[in-house]
Design a binder for this molecule. Sequence first.
Ligand code: 3H9
Length: 710
Amino acid sequence: MDASPASSASCVHLSVRDHIAFVAVDNPPVNALSAAVRRGLMDAITQADANPDVHAVLVHGRGKAFIAGADIREFGLPPQAPSLPEVCLRIEACSKPVVASIHGPALGGGLEVALSAHWRVATPSAKLGLPEVQLGLLPGAGGTQRTPRLIGAQAALDLMLSGRHVGAQEALRMGLIDRVAAQEDALAEGEAFVRHLLAERLPVRRSGEQTAALADRAATQASIDAARAEATKKRGLFSPLKIVDCVQAALDLPLSEGLATERALFEQCLASPQRAGLVHAFFAEREVAKVPEARLGQARPVASVGVVGGGTMGAGIAVAVLDAGLPVVMVERDEAAVALGRSRVEKVCDGHVAKGRLTPEGKAAVMARFTGATDYAAFKDVDLVIEAVFEDMAVKHAVFAELERHCKPGAVLATNTSYLDIDAIAQATSRPQDVIGLHFFSPAHIMKLLEIVVPAKVSADVVATAFALAAKLKKVPVRAGVCDGFIGNRILAVYRTAADHLMEDGASPYEIDAMVRAFGFPMGPYEMSDLAGGDIGWATRKRRAATRDPKAPPARYVHIADRLCERGWFGQKTGRGWYLYEAGSRSGKPDPEVEAIVAEERAKAGVTPRRFTPEEMQRRYVAAMVNEGAKVVEEGIALRPLDVDVTLVHGYGFPRWRGGPMKHADMVGLAHILADIQAFAQEDPLFWQPSALLVKLVAEGRTFDSLNKI
Ligand code: 3H9
């Protein structure tokens, strides 16, 4: 037989021993259901069914997974036979009992294969789930029909709409599996289960023929209606409602017709741009960790971490590290500040306890890993220190001088600065090879993004250490070069400026926020500013004004935000900002006084206000984001366009289902984006200078994605 890696024979192995056909899926790293695996499964089951010596079939996975699902890389390519639904039907139709023995992930199509087997056993650490919704899809190989028939509509909808993974015990309670194995050897446990089945003469039992779980029609319909109402709230998402439609079909139609409905709706999801965006996001989130330094350097061991500063940021970073099981030493300037830092850490833990995410004993264990100190000498044994003190170069230099004095040789010295020049911080020490930027996002224990900022002199193993730490903290790391704002804040500054220009030209801040939400962000730039505090941006603007090059042509400057700050309107914390907040409320109302200030500033600037449609506003906002993203790639601040995508999705609320700004631009068409920029440049050539990279890609008929594959 063909022995090439893509051949079905090398991906699925069939052997027969003592009347049991063993079907082993062997397609590293995660046994994804490529065309070769599907062919292999089809052939193996057909052969086993036809072999009179075989009394039962055991399907299992080799390596670290049972089967992690359909091969995501095949989506969007021409389909190859057999399809996964056909394979699942073939397994279910087998005349001999088929057992799936699950270890590791059994996800999506992988779980659907298991559900089309007649019996299921899972090892204690197995993870089962139907996460297709996270890829803009629905379970398309019978999952929407067999799962409700086995475990009822409510539990099935919960699995399919959340995409969450369940452990073996929970899967047993739900009725998704028949037995939890005593230990992790899926092959031995599966074989024991098959022997038990044969000894007990247990019959073939097809999931598609089960009726009990859907017998209470009224209760099932109520679950479907509730799920539909919930899915409707997920603004902009396509596949959740299709999942609900499929479950309705499971209730109303015979299996074959339900499967046909599922197939038709799966095809619609597959063709949707959301699927393309989400699949891009899935791979991009994995690619970001592939940086040159990770290949060149070996991560240094990190068994303990120091944090300088117990403010909101320092405490959040401490919690993120403590949650990962590492001990933390926090240094503050005096006992009172240490106590405050500790109480901030404790408050987050209390929140976890209140939400049931942490037990009181768990909290005690976390706090036992925390030490507060006022002397930098407490850092003498730590492997890595993160400073999170006031954003002022002189203060940073003073902190790094202390770190140099007290930290052991080889300790990684990290700064959480969000815009200061890390090369300058590193240069002021005698160990620039150990200095790196770890830019967390607030709240640091929740936000997934971690910008790893790589100064000129840092050694590769320190960069590798930062990526290893990010993995430990379950963060999404993105490598960034040194510049004002790195990747994320630099791009934010530009699209926020585009929003300010729009406002001065005639749009209200409320219209702009509504447009940004309609695009898919959780909030607009002015709501965001009210949440974060307008004073932060004001301080940055004042700093920039002081260093502005007097020789350069003056950039357009919109004064409206400054007028608000001068009145002390910093947002939620002061009860008013762009919006008005009633005491204790986080949702603001439009403020006519703000609108009056906007009108006044327009008049001062000599602007005759004009109307913008939401589409016109969106084109400017997105073009500004994409143009700056392209400049960030062009200058090597981001390694690839996908690094920009992941930064904006995980740090700034860009809708994941659009893939990120660069993927979105590819889907809109780079020529359209460039044409918009050139048209806007007629009014303001300084702000709308097209990125040379964007111009080049358009001239060559290429996409940003073509730069991701290097
Ligand atoms: C589906 O099944 C549709 C069906 O209902 C209907 C069909 C008709 N395909 O995450 P890791 C790669 S939709 C291709 O770093 P971990 C991944 O890119 C699918 N490749 O490891 C990476 O490659 P590289 C439903 C895949 O241990 C490598 O494997 N299933 C797939 O942290 C290791 O991955 C899902 O959505 C795949 N399905 O986590 C499950 N999965 O080394 C998606 C992984 O080149 N997968 N790769 O960077 C996962 O959630 C995690 O990968 C898993 C392992 C938990 C399995």
